[in-house]
Design a protein around this ligand. Structure first.
Ligand SMILES: [Zn+2]
Length: 341
């Protein structure tokens, strides 16, 4: 028989054992929380605090923009300018994370140009020179009754990413972007401009609902000749052998046309694209009587961030950081320090 004193002692021990179990559970919980979620929360809070100060700093930064439609030079706060760029460069209906990726790419482009310096203005609104930009009036025209919703959505992605740029080895990158790579692979920068950029290399991509896939453009044979400065009809090969008039002689690894021979003359794929007004150099052709049918995939040069790909990845749950680092190989998303600029 156990003596009462002994029972009391056992009860006392059990009571402490129970407490130890609770302490142990709390300790394990805190340990896991501390290693994982808590650390993440702290990092997130730190990032948000940095953001707040950077929002204030960057919103006081101004940029001189040449408006190629009016011929005027506008001086705008950078973050306001970026709203007009994202509005012009990506459909406002796209997912938030895709728009955020676009906002960071546009900001990166802007600061890269600021580094270059310019006596009269820093950037042009002409998309063929720098990046497109539209005013609030143009946004109203473009979006109609959805203006307030879309403007607010774009302002939100610019603020949410305030001060963030893409860097490679500590340097602000050339953040090239395009509408659609065609849904398979983006292109190496050197295949378009000749210069190698380690972060602008071909990566896999996929798209959902892209209107730029398998687009057919039909030309008469004489029109192709006219546009390329050739008289194709007079060439002997035409007599029953139209196929020999055209030959894709070099393609890139991502299957874009680098060189094509037409009527015995060599053309760069980009020259063919430009002369025929094709959407990309990712094309094939076929003859149909006196017509040539060009089938293109994608829209744009195919280098860097692919907008339709970004939209697809955003819908699959990837965030803008992942999207940017997917298209810009080996890069980091860096919160801008004003001394970097
Ligand atoms: Zn793509």
């Amino acid at each position: 028989m156990v003596k009462p004193k002994r029972i009391k002692k056992i009860k006392h021990q059990r009571k402490w054992q129970k407490r130890w179990y609770i302490f142990l559970i709390i300790a394990v919980f805190l340990g896991q929380f501390g290693n994982g979620e808590l650390a993440k929360q702290i990092t997130k809070m730190e990032r948000e605090i940095n953001h707040l100060s950077t929002v204030q700093e960057t919103s006081s930064e101004w940029v001189n923009i040449y408006n190629h439609k009016t011929g005027q030079i506008m001086t705008l706060p950078i973050e306001d300018y970026l709203i007009g760029v994202v509005a012009a460069e990506m459909p406002a209906s796209f997912a938030l994370e895709a728009l955020k990726a676009q906002a960071v790419a546009a900001r990166t482009f802007t600061y890269k140009r600021l580094q270059r310096g310019n006596s009269q203005y820093h950037l042009s609104t002409d998309a063929s020179i720098d990046q497109a930009w539209i005013s609030e009036d143009e946004q109203r025209q473009r979006w109609g009754e959805r203006y307030a919703e879309y403007h607010q959505k774009i302002a939100q992605v610019v603020t949410a990413t305030a001060g963030e740029v893409v860097t490679y080895a500590g340097e602000i990158i050339e953040p090239l972007y395009h509408a659609s790579c065609g849904g398979q692979y983006t292109e190496n920068a050197e295949n378009v401009w000749g210069g190698v950029r380690p972060y602008l290399v071909s990566v896999a991509c996929h798209h959902n609902d892209d209107p730029n896939i398998a687009v057919k453009t039909v030309f008469s044979l004489s029109e192709v000749g006219q546009r390329l400065g050739l008289e194709l009809e007079t060439l002997p090969a035409l007599a029953g052998q139209k196929g020999s008039l055209f030959k894709i002689s070099t393609s890139s690894e991502s299957n874009r046309v680098l060189e094509m021979i037409v009527g015995g003359k060599h053309f760069a794929g980009s020259q063919i694209r430009s002369a025929l007004g094709l959407k990309s150099t990712l094309f094939s052709y076929q003859f149909d009587d006196d017509e040539v049918i060009f089938t293109t995939n994608g829209y744009g040069h195919g280098v860097g961030l692919c907008q339709y790909g970004a939209e697809s990845y955003a819908h699959e749950g990837y965030d803008y950081r992942w999207i940017l680092q997917h298209y810009y190989t080996g890069t980091e998303i860096t919160l801008l320090q004003m001394s970097n600029v």
